[in-house]
Design a protein around this ligand. Sequence first.
Ligand SMILES: C[S@@+](CC[C@H](N)C(=O)[O-])C[C@H]1O[C@@H](n2cnc3c(N)ncnc32)[C@H](O)[C@@H]1O
Length: 703
Amino acid sequence: MPLDKGTVERTWAQLSFSYKDKGIITTWNKKAEEVLARKSEDVVGKVWTELLVPEWISWSLSALEKVQFQGEEVALPMVTGDGLHCCVRFVVRKFGRGNCFLFSCGHTPCAETPRQWPLEIRQTEGQGRAAFAACDLPGNEMLLEEEPVYIRPPPSLLHGRPEWDQAWSAAFNQIRAALKPPAGASFASLPEKPLFASTALVRDVLGFATLPESLRSALLGFSFPHPEDPHPLVDVARQLAELCKERLPECKEMDVKLLQVGILVQEMNIFPGGRVFWTLSRINHSCAPNCVFFAAGNRWGLRSLHPISAGEEITISYLGEELLLPTAQRQWLLWRSKCFICGCPRCASEQDPMRDRVCACAGKGPSKWRVVHQPAVWRRQVASTQGRAVALLKEATEFPATGQLECTAEGLWVYGDDEKDPKKSGWALVDGSTLGLGRLIEPVDAPLPGIVDLVVPGRLQSRLRQKALNSRGKIREQMWYDREFEELPDLVAAAKSARGAERGAMPAGFARLDVSSETWSCGCGAKLGLHPKEKELTEVAQRVFAMALQDHPRASAAGVKGLILPEEAFVLAALRLADDAGQLLGRRHWIWQLGLLFALDLDLSLTRYTYMKWDLAFASGTVAMLLEVWDWLASLNLSQDPSYFLHSRASRLAKELERVPSDAGQALFRDLQQQLQDRLSFTPAVSLLPSRDFIPDTLFIAH
Ligand SMILES: C[S@@+](CC[C@H](N)C(=O)[O-])C[C@H]1O[C@@H](n2cnc3c(N)ncnc32)[C@H](O)[C@@H]1O
């Protein structure tokens, strides 16, 4: 597809040479100077083949000879001014046998060794075109960089136009279509909601209508759903196209169907920041991708997450943190925004580990414990440090346990048995963190991972309330979440007691959702029915934890993007929701884990935007939450390293912790701090997901 010269000249590297004059370079623009680190004055007048990697000259010449039409692509390995190599992908414009114009549409990063263009685009069955590795590709490496072909006009384009009168608003607000999930989809039972027109779609229309003809036809070469497709977005695009044709001068002469397709093609292929890319926009989605889209300042590209074998499909994720949602929710989001039902290996799997749930069998603790605290620990009649002591166990003593566990505000307790003298049987505390001590006892066979139980399901909300909430004003109840779980005491008890067993890698006792039958099957042989409250909790949690919350007008006015200003009632209800889900479904369930992420972001925001100061106990809890989410992610075996989701949060927290005053309990805190540092020692391929900024209004008090 030919590209418009005027448009590409602005940003793309451009090289032209004269065939008549034996290949002498006649143009070399600023972008070419930047990509190939060669000044125009050093290049113009030279023969262009001098810029090719010597051993690839004849290969490059024959590749160029094979080009028949304007708009075809060719990848040429070139030497930069610094003596490095990169492979530049050019769109060819040939002008007879006189001159050859080449516009770059991407390049590999400069390196010592000659590079090959990493991928090829091929037609697939059922998923349109897709990208495949052209050779074996290394992991954790930049594969290519690109300039956008097209950028959607900014919101300012819409400011102050005479068309935005009452009649426009009335018609615009009428545009909607029912988001009816297709029958048989995993998300078919999710509630039906309308899809509305947005101002971003109006920008799509104006951007498309004002494009030069040749670039418009280039855009139409990207994928989009058929204009008669029953998808609600297609319907919304048609209604908006009709309105724009009627009301906007730029669209008066345009065909409605063309405007409709213009919206759809942008929506399907656009990347964050409203950019469409020549190559990146041909890459399909996977919920366990092998590459990531990379954006840093004015540079965009593709980075591999793992080594990729030649011929393997290259995939990226169109989702952000939503990757941490269960299958039905991910599929629903992708269907809503990109009009396809994802069938990637993660979605096609029979099981959904995001919905791991406790089975009563998981409540059994290890059967043999060893004292690791010096000089000794007490065993007590009841699970409380106030309880009467029944036995003193010296360091290194090993003792059998019944498997009974009890969770109290002081932490997890195990019931130790004394066969010779039953009077000495009793409860021992596992971790002394609430007393300013470290680990007291450890299982003999399966040491517990190093995380300390500082934040447990049921206590997330009270933790924040104690530390930072303003109790002066009466908090308005949130109507969207009112819990009624009293009818399920047994389950709560089972989930609570199972807490100790939920750690680290998934123990055999965990119930995993068998997607095909919508039941949980446990390693112990139990089959659990669909939890009646899970659906209800999921619906709310999806809104609260997994989707971008609305920008507050004040934040937008201040020009700050993505800020969230929650009401105190909202924050409390969100934490209560996580608490309930954690108690009912266990700590490995996604709602509890996303609740921890939410709470972590709140903590970071509170210390940034209020006068709240860290103290040792609170800061230890924040680190423990981060470490718990990290370990959960690691145990899920997603394609991304947990640091992908957590690195930027962890590094911000590590900096914050330097300000925490030291006092009693320091050993535990230092241990947590060290664990955080250890995880930060690995730099992720990209860290795309920074913490959310919550700007607490007047609702939080300073301590
Ligand atoms: C950015 S484009 C990707 C390239 C596109 N396949 C093409 O033919 O140019 C996004 C569109 O590709 C398709 N797509 C992407 N990932 C897919 C997947 N995992 N399964 C099915 N279709 C997918 C959908 O139609 C989606 O709207």
